[in-house]
Design a protein around this ligand. Sequence first.
Ligand code: HEM
Ligand SMILES: [Cu+2]
Length: 631
Amino acid sequence: MSATPIAPHRPVWRRLIGFNMLTGLALGIGGWFLGAWIGGQMAVGHDYLLGTDQNDVGLYMGYLFGVIGWLVGLGFANYPIGRLLGRPPTLRHHETGSWTRYFRLCTDHKVVGIQYLFGVGIFFFIGGLNAMLMRTELLRPVEQAWPAGQYLTLLSLHGTMMIMMTSAFILGPFGNYFVPIMIGARRMAFPRIEALTFWLVPAAGLILMSAIAFGGIATGWTGYAPLADEGRAGMDAYVMSFILIAISLTLVGLNLLATILTMRAPGMSWTRLPIFVWSVLATSILQVLAAPVLVAAMAMVLMDRAANTSFFLASAGGSQYLYENLFWFFGHPEVYILALPGFGIVLEMLPVFARKPLWGYRLAVAGMLGVTLLSFMVWQHHLFVSGMNGSLRPFYMLTTELISIPTGFIFLNAIGTLWRARIRFTVPMLFALAFFFNFLIGGLSGVFLSDVPSDVTTHGSYFVMAHFHYTIVGGLVFAFFGAVYYWLPKMLGITLNETLGKIHFWLFFVFFNLTFFPLFAAGFLDMPRRVSTYAPSLQGLNDFVSASAYVIGISMLIFVANLIWSLVFVREPAAENPWASRGLEWQVPTPVPVANFDRIPVITSGPYEYGVPNAPPVADLAPSALPAAGS
Ligand code: HEM
Ligand SMILES: [Cu+2]
């Protein structure tokens, strides 16, 4: 990488001073105490706060001021203040090539992509550690390491952290890094907003973890009323972190939509758009429409807890059913926010390693847009047993089962593309193939849950637990690692060790299935979710599951070891196009220059014409007619 510091003689301590992560952390902590104090003063004289174990107003004010301090310390206030002082407008932040740009506000979409990769990755591992702790508790059918309340906190932290981080898993690192390059642009539409979306994520992660200090979270990741209102002050951390993540998701969606709609290079018609970019487009629509609903729902919970309102409190005239509807109006599109980018990634990789054109490109686009539309019409399938009007059940059952049709398109694309292909079984391809195996099981078990009679008996059991881990871990997380092995050579300029990659894959794939498949059985045998005790007869099954889960943990450590080994010690430079891909992102040099392209390329053909005789190159990278433009 060409990250040469501009002033190598400056001592390291000098470079630590300025607008960066450390300053952000310092101002964030300072802001927290200031806000908590102000909130404490505001609450004086309000009797309703006396009954709670913590002053919720103080906590919310603390978090609010803390986030403001964090952003100011990172440098987000500099530009607005400069504008107020009359400085001329600029599109992007002034940037240096120094390595320190990874630790501060940076408006280069490639830097933001790498920030996301490592930032989200760290919190993902914390969430994974929680899972290991839970599986340890579940080794015995009786309470052992943690009392029930602490198990619930562990579970809520795991679930919420994982949902928050996996929402940013693909669009964060790979959307930010590759979408502009893949459509022939030099940047994202709103570079400063792009930086903001990333820096909100660690703030949300840290705030969520602070729940441990304030009595934990008892509600699981769904935060249902009235428990959310009665819960200890840790609930405030849940509310605040979800608000931040939802704001980030909304802005990511807006930014990517604007970029894809307005900044495609000449010749990048809708039918030449890489399928990954289509999936990002569909996901962005979901994020823009669904995430604000979560902000609203959480803001109402916040007021119920801190301002004595009763939106969701039946005891005071509100309705917890309203909360459930608002939550799942976000929550169901959310599961497609997780799934769609996975579809995009695997379909992007299949033609490269099958050396054949993507079969049914238009069908794939139709499938993704169909999923996008339908995913707003199904949310009540989460409420079949929550006292909904019984005559609504068939409607939601039907719409949910309809979704399997556009989802099926994606499987058809895969089968058509792989048909009679000579497949190269590289590490990313193995992950892509595993995606289809796992997602098929996840999807088929979903049909049982959308079917009212079978949902009534399996709801709240480990069957549900197994189902959504099959879709999210088996689908999204496998697609994520496929993307990591596929794109890291371009992003970091290094090659990952292939043998370690294959060991990671096989351990993860085999033991993922050994962990979660038996849990379908546990569900049928009535093992309830969210409880740390279970029938003694299920101990053998649970011990087997826990042992398998530990091997998943080990496979992740092997991945981390591979990353550190390849990145820090071996540093074998990657070829510019190691997979012989036609993708535009592989036609630019490694490391990718700051401006991506010398000149805006002219796209001359589709990205998947593998093995097509006389297929023209995908783009003219040095069109003489077009002068260099843009910034
Ligand atoms: C691969 C390793 C993983 C293991 C071993 C694991 C294990 C578990 C366990 C034991 C529970 C608690 C079940 C209960 O008591 O009800 C759970 C819940 C959950 N997990 Fe995972 N998990 C893993 C990865 C993930 C990932 C990657 C996600 C991504 C979104 C995820 C999302 C969730 C959610 C949303 C819950 C439900 C929390 C709730 O009930 O509110 N898990 N997981
Ligand atoms: Cu749903």
